[in-house]
Design a protein around this ligand. Structure first.
Ligand code: UTP
Length: 289
């Protein structure tokens, strides 16, 4: 695991039912926070962490994600001809030149673990990152995935992002039972998928960032469907714990659960308040309503 992180998987083949009817045609990951889709924030974080190969696990309805990262010839030609250089740069710079995108199809939404397994042929046996774009993590300094990648490389171990949640919400998350080893890190003993509050081993919830060894693919291949009939990444991580060290990592940053409507609203307001051209008017609006 003490190798730099080069490959990052974005599992984006979920159905996005919480945003229906919009997600009938708009992939959840293309919903914007101001002028950038969620997937752009996720990709920026991965590139900042050192990734040069981005693997998108999509389904047949999500062409928009591939289109977004592709060249937009007509638009670019028009912007070039009309001398709109700044807009042209915005359109052309969604991804740096040295980074390549690979698209893999998950034919059926069989769960997050299954989606990650679909990336196996591209990753092989090296450490890789997983970023769930609907968990948008904002940080003024170093991005969450880079913090985790550096930590994982220094410990020669896996790392999973965690955050404290109210006890009443443990049944919405994978929950870890872990022994603290520093301010930010704790060595994981167990993970449980969506435990009821009364049996949850802690209130440390797994959120959408992982740094994992290639070995996880073999463990996923032998993982039986778990909670909700889906192949759960958490179950394969539970098996990995018997073989290797995996840490729960409390990243520095603020997470917005943009898979929920309230999270999307909060993220939009937060980013508007960070934007000098929008901050004052947004604040005025919030205080007036
Ligand atoms: P969610 O649990 O948020 O499910 O998936 P969802 O389908 O995206 O959204 P809702 O709950 O129906 O509104 C967590 C992540 O795992 C991916 C999703 O795209 C999301 O990034 N995922 C989930 C897959 O790629 N494939 C799956 O089979 C399931």
């Amino acid at each position: 695991m003490n190798r730099p992180l080069r490959k990052v998987v974005f599992p984006v083949a979920g159905l996005g039912t919480r945003f229906l009817p919009a997600t009938k045609v708009v992939a959840k990951e293309m919903l914007p926070i101001l002028d950038k889709p969620l997937i752009q924030y996720a990709v920026d974080e991965a590139v900042d962490a050192g990734a040069d190969t981005l693997i998108f696990v999509t389904n047949r309805y999500k062409h928009a994600i591939a289109d977004y990262f592709d060249t937009a010839y007509e638009l670019e030609t028009k912007l070039e001809r009309s001398g709109k250089k700044e807009l042209l740069a915005l359109v052309q710079n969604v991804i740096p030149k040295h980074v390549r995108c690979v698209f893999v199809t998950q034919a059926e939404a069989l769960g997050l673990g299954h989606a990650v397994l679909c990336a196996k042929p591209v990753i092989g046996d090296e450490p890789f990152g997983v970023v769930l774009p609907d968990d948008l993590i904002w940080n003024k300094g170093v991005g969450a995935l880079r913090q985790m990648a550096e930590f994982a490389a220094s410990e020669n171990a896996g790392a999973i992002a965690v955050e404290e949640v109210p006890r009443s919400e443990t049944n919405k998350y994978g929950i870890v039972d872990a022994t603290p080893t520093s301010d930010r890190a704790a060595l994981i003993k167990h993970v449980v998928e969506k435990p009821k509050p009364e049996v949850a081993p802690s209130n440390l919830a797994i959120v959408g960032r992982y740094v994992l060894p290639g070995r996880i693919f073999e463990l996923l291949e032998s993982t039986k469907p778990g909670a909700g009939g889906e192949i759960q990444l958490t179950d394969a991580i539970a098996a990995l714990l018997a073989e290797q060290k995996v840490y729960a990592y409390r990243f520095d940053g603020t997470r917005f659960d943009c898979g929920s409507k309230l999270g999307l609203v909060k993220a939009t307001l937060h980013f508007a308040l960070q934007d000098p051209t929008l901050a004052a008017a947004t604040r005025e609006f919030i205080t007036a309503v």
